[in-house]
Design a protein around this ligand. Structure first.
Ligand SMILES: [Zn+2]
Length: 60
């Protein structure tokens, strides 16, 4: 069953979308989406940001 309303490409619903670690905005197909990888207690974590600005705020 094909859903004609779904976008081609990324298959992420808004509920599954990551949140910006700085401003908590949902990141859905944002071209400015940035991800950094950190290691916490031996666990790899991906930290998402809606923009390079939020990423630099986080890293400061
Ligand atoms: Zn943000």
């Amino acid at each position: 069953m094909v859903d004609p309303t779904s976008d081609i490409g990324e298959d992420i619903s808004e509920e599954d979308a990551p949140e910006c670690a700085v401003c908590s905005k949902r990141i859905v197909q944002l071209p400015t989406h940035r991800v950094i990888t950190t290691v916490e207690d031996g666990q790899i974590e991906h930290v998402h940001f809606c923009s390079a600005d939020c990423r630099s705020n986080y890293l400061d």
